[in-house]
Design a protein around this ligand. Structure first.
Ligand code: 5GP
Length: 121
């Protein structure tokens, strides 16, 4: 799948539509999900144009990969859900059709602030 420059997260990255930002650095942007499924539900996305985790795993640089993983931890710390200062959380990435991915720009969901519950339905 080729990257669609008009997907909603691409527009958020270009500041064409607003988001409720939590954290930003050279590699990632994090913001609250517009339709939260848990007490805390935020998204962490890479700044690079990657459709999904498969695309990212094959095409991203090592720096981008490290930046994304560290970004997730920085967001978790900021939200006080990381294991050193909080009670933990769940990270989830939907990939393509069977994964139920709706927005074709790689993103990780972080759920927390309460017990997240059953892993899959
Ligand atoms: P997916 O199903 O692709 O893994 O998740 C996409 C997520 O993006 C959904 O949880 C949805 O609520 C969220 N979302 C869709 N459009 C917007 C938007 O314009 N702003 C924000 N903050 N979240 C969005």
């Amino acid at each position: 799948m080729t990257y669609d420059d008009n997907n909603i997260f691409a527009k958020i990255l270009r500041n064409e539509i607003p988001c409720n930002k939590i954290y930003e650095d050279e590699f990632v942007l994090s913001f609250y999900d517009i339709n939260p499924q848990k007490k805390i539900h935020v998204l962490v996305i890479p700044k690079g144009k990657y459709v999904d985790l498969d695309d990212f795993s094959v095409n991203a640089s090592s720096e981008e990969m490290v930046g994304l993983l560290k970004g997730i931890n920085k967001v978790a710390k900021k939200l006080k859900i990381s294991v050193d200062i909080g009670k933990g959380y769940r990270v989830l990435a939907n990939i393509s059709e069977h994964g139920g991915q709706e927005v074709p720009h790689l993103h990780f969901h972080l759920f927390g602030g309460e017990r997240v519950g059953k892993m899959v339905e």
